[in-house]
Write a protein that binds this ligand. Structure first.
Ligand code: CP
Ligand code: NVA
Length: 307
């Protein structure tokens, strides 16, 4: 019997395949019955965000209200953290007031420090290394659209970034093939690739990192992309835009995937860069359903994790 109450989600590597399916089931159940189930009555979570957010912030806040609890949004520059109070002190103090924390931060180490000193569950709301809650809600979208999470191939097009890292781990863990096409020098974290391949040893997933987007999309069921320039990388905009010119999801690329392939993007999107307007708004795009499912995803995650 899976019991995730009190568990941290700092990375998808913290979860087993069984636990991922448990959270997905919870998402499905709560999506059917969004308002009535006050599973987290009187619980309060905090959201510490060092970077902007539209979807993750609002979906987690709204989810807590819908589940009967409350969420407190904490801008990191308004906390004493900004004036040098150590994370180990902040984490211990906030553990007295809150039942969980969603943290969006630059460094994975910040999440690890919080989890070491907190007695409440810590959820990664995006870090330099991963975006696990995004991928969990994306799995719900894929399940709804494809009616399965097996015998699928995902083609990642673009930067080997935090979202890509989480996809690699997820695919290894639950048994989805993935081919990530990234420019030379922008491939995903080596340790993450190794870990994904280790997981894949058990599930049989094929994990590939290539430089040719056309190779990646061959036989793909899902084409997935994300911004070329992630938050915190603004100084690299010019150089990255040049390096990523050929890593765009457009009609020419999409036609090389399976005929019924779907297009996903975690958003925010930059039309004319990583994706063209016609593909983003086209028949094969499931991006708007995907963005909507962030709410059901957050509800399922919170209901599973918050004690
Ligand atoms: N996809 C996603 O995490 O969006 P936000 O940055 O708006 O939260
Ligand atoms: N890779 C992007 C994802 C935004 C949701 C970033 O980190 O900015």
């Amino acid at each position: 019997m899976v019991n995730l109450k009190g568990k941290n989600i700092l990375s998808l590597a913290d979860l087993s395949k069984e636990e991922v399916y448990f959270i997905l089931q919870e998402m499905k159940i709560l999506k059917k019955d969004p308002g009535k189930n006050k599973l987290l009555q009187d619980r309060i979570i905090g959201l510490i965000f060092e970077k902007p957010s539209t979807r993750t912030r609002v979906s987690f806040e709204t989810s807590m209200f819908q589940l009967g609890g409350k969420a407190v949004y904490l801008r990191s520059d308004e906390l004493q953290l900004k004036r040098g109070e150590p994370i180990k002190d902040t984490a211990r103090v906030l553990s007295n007031y809150l039942d969980g924390l969603v943290i969006r931060t630059y460094k994975q180490e910040t999440l690890e420090l919080f989890s070491r000193y907190s007695s409440i569950p810590i959820i990664n709301g995006l870090s330099d290394l991963g975006h696990p809650t995004q991928i969990l809600s994306d799995l719900l979208t894929i399940w709804e659209v494809k009616d399965r999470l097996e015998d699928l191939k995902i083609a990642w097009i673009g930067d080997g970034n935090n979202v890509c890292n989480s996809w690699l781990l997820c695919c290894g863990l639950i048994g989805i093939d993935i081919s990530a096409a990234c420019p030379k020098g922008y491939e995903p974290d080596k340790k993450i690739i190794e870990k994904a391949k280790t997981f894949a040893g058990k599930t049989g997933a094929k994990i590939a990192v290539v430089n040719d987007p056309f190779k990646a999309v061959n036989n793909a069921d899902i084409l997935y992309t994300d911004v070329w320039v992630s938050m915190g990388q603004d100084g690299e905009t010019e150089i990255k835009e040049k390096a990523f010119e050929d890593y765009q999801i457009n009609k020419r690329l999409l036609i090389k995937a399976k005929e019924d392939a779907s297009v996903m993007h975690c958003l925010p999107a930059h039309r004319g860069m990583e994706i063209t307007e016609d593909v983003l708004e086209g028949k094969q795009s499931i991006v708007w359903k995907q963005a909507g499912n962030k709410l059901h995803g957050a509800r399922g995650i919170l209901a599973s994790i918050i004690p």
